[in-house]
Ligand binder design. Structure first.
Ligand SMILES: Cc1cc2nc3c(=O)[nH]c(=O)nc-3n(C[C@H](O)[C@H](O)[C@H](O)COP(=O)(O)OP(=O)(O)OC[C@H]3O[C@@H](n4cnc5c(N)ncnc54)[C@H](O)[C@@H]3O)c2cc1C
Length: 504
């Protein structure tokens, strides 16, 4: 055990996309700050950020129907969709800055263009989609959205999904945006950590943070176990980011900060079906999002996705939700129970009572047989053959449970939440959605909270990295168009590059 704790400016706990993003931003804003990373696994991006553990959608609200809700008066609320799109543009600009500055390379290894399609069946859903299209297509951020309920047109957009349908049997409709993306967040995370390593950031894999304590001189002291030899090390930092994904709640609770109280977590696991028949994979080229079933949580909206993993085109369907008490895929079955503390017991119990229907739904999902899952897939691909598809286990999402004014005690949250100490010396990221796509926006928000005094001096550099920082792109359509084009060019998302990628 080291008796001499080592001091540093910043410690990032966890090597997922969130720590990677914060580290990369901070290296640009405060290059002289010393930074260390501790990750319990053997490499970067192995948990939720791994390409097989999430859906790889660059969430810009181009196709996700759960970001636009129908108001009681029948109109469609596009507020959330616009906000998420604005946040995705921030990620796009930052990634583009990193490529342009040669801090990371080969963007095609982590981002590819792919049409984003919303697909619905039945009169009611078709009417909703048309209203959604009318509300979005005039908005500057959604220019270029196309709508069709013509089976011939739909056949052009997704032939695989139209084969085997009886003409006129059920009304169908879809919207399409060609500017959608497939993001390999695992590859992006690994690139960002390679970049940080080159910038002299100390990255310690197979090092698990077990304890955090405030010292009398205002620093944070971390007890870290080296998992290769079992030795315990002590490290101190002025600022700590708990970017431990599903592991964040337990670490946050250990800080003892008042902001960590009355917060709980509810794990929802994910499963995808992956197509193992290359002929079928070749017949589809889009991310197609459907509508969640009544009673299903928003994270289990079914979608059929063309993905690029390991330079190979693949086809995934899902996610099917499930229940496991683990907070990380590599976590423990005791994670849920050990997260219940005296200060969040009531919050957790209230959520338990309120969310009985969700628990029941998740248990039903776990029990689904391969054939039952195939039936859901056949709503997308009527001719899908069981032998062409197999299950892969995706990542765990830990949904935040907290007491809110609107929902009362024990309300389940579906977004991401930054929890920080009043003095800004420590912050944690909880929650899962829209997740990795909005990492840059979330980390800038975190910096604003934890480093308010430095933000003024950092602003010019932030603007260099993210030209639209602090500016609404919705209110500045010309700037949006300009940035859309320049980032598409840098990230290899222009039409010419698309053709090369798809047809080469
Ligand atoms: C099924 C599914 C589908 C998703 N689809 C999408 C999508 O399409 N688009 C999108 O944008 N987002 C999606 N997400 C969300 C996205 O994956 C997450 O928001 C994102 O990966 C979270 O990154 P992170 O860095 O916070 O966590 P992680 O990537 O999980 O990283 C946390 C790291 O911390 C480490 N760690 C934990 N505890 C400790 C400890 N005590 N000491 C040291 N290290 C520790 C873990 O080993 C892990 O490597 C999806 C998630 C799931 C599960």
């Amino acid at each position: 055990m080291s008796s001499n704790p080592r001091k540093t400016d910043v410690i990032l706990i966890g090597a997922g996309v969130m720590s990677a993003t914060l580290g990369a931003i901070l290296k640009e804003l405060a290059p002289s700050w010393e930074m260390k990373v501790f990750e319990k696994l053997a490499g970067a991006g192995e948990e939720s950020s791994n390409e097989w553990n999430n859906a790889g959608t660059g969430h810009a609200a181009l196709c996700e129907l759960n970001y636009t809700s129908e108001k009681p008066d029948g109109t469609v609320d596009i507020g959330k969709a616009v906000a998420i799109n604005e946040q995705f543009q921030i990620s796009r600009q930052f990634w583009s800055y990193l490529v342009q500055s040669k801090l990371i390379d080969n963007p095609e290894q982590f981002i590819r263009p792919i049409p984003h399609i919303s697909f619905v069946q039945g009169d009611q859903n078709v009417a909703f989609l048309k209203k959604r299209f009318d509300a979005l297509s005039n908005h500057p951020l959604f220019q270029g959205m196309e709508y069709s309920d013509d089976p011939e047109q739909l056949k052009q957009w997704f032939p695989l999904m139209m084969e085997g349908r009886v003409p006129g049997e059920e009304p169908l409709a879809a919207t399409k945006m060609d500017s959608g993306t497939d993001v390999n967040f695992g590859a992006l995370t690994r690139r960002l950590f390679d970049h940080l390593q080159q910038q002299q950031v100390e990255i310690h894999y197979q090092h698990r943070v077990d304890q955090l304590k405030r010292t009398s001189d205002g620093l944070w002291s971390l007890k870290v176990r080296n998992l290769t030899n079992g030795q315990v090390e002590h490290h101190m930092a002025k600022f700590v980011f708990i970017g431990s994904g599903g592991g964040s709640l337990h670490l946050l609770q250990k800080t003892g900060i008042p902001e960590s109280r009355q917060i709980g977590g509810f794990p929802v696991s994910g499963l995808f079906m992956v197509c193992n028949n290359p002929e079928v994979v070749e017949q589809h080229h889009a991310k197609v999002y459907g509508k969640a079933k009544v009673g299903a949580p928003p994270m289990s909206v079914p979608h059929l996705d063309t993905r690029y993993i390991d330079n190979k085109k693949t086809l995934l369907f899902g996610p099917f939700a499930g229940f496991s008490p683990k907070f990380l895929k590599t976590g423990s079955n005791l994670d849920l129970i050990t997260s219940v503390k005296p200060n969040n017991l009531l919050t957790m119990l209230s959520a338990g009572v309120k969310e009985m229907a969700l628990t029941k739904y998740l248990i039903q999902q776990v029990m689904l047989s391969h054939e039952k899952r195939m039936e859901e897939l056949r709503e997308f691909i009527p001719n899908a053959k069981s032998e062409d598809w197999e299950m892969v286990v995706a990542g765990q999402r830990v949904q935040v449970i907290k007491d809110t004014e609107a929902g009362g005690r024990g309300t389940l949250q579906f977004g991401t939440e930054v929890v920080s100490a009043a003095d800004g010396s420590i912050a944690a990221l909880l929650g899962a959605s829209p997740g990795a796509s909005t990492a840059v926006h979330v980390m800038l928000e975190l910096l604003g909270r934890c480093f308010p005094e430095q933000m003024g001096a950092w602003e010019p550099k932030i603007r260099e990295m993210i030209p639209s920082y602090g500016i609404s792109l919705s209110a500045n359509p010309d700037l949006f168009q300009e940035l859309q084009q320049s980032t598409a060019h840098t990230l290899g998302l222009t039409e010419e590059e698309v053709k090369e990628l798809v047809y080469s």
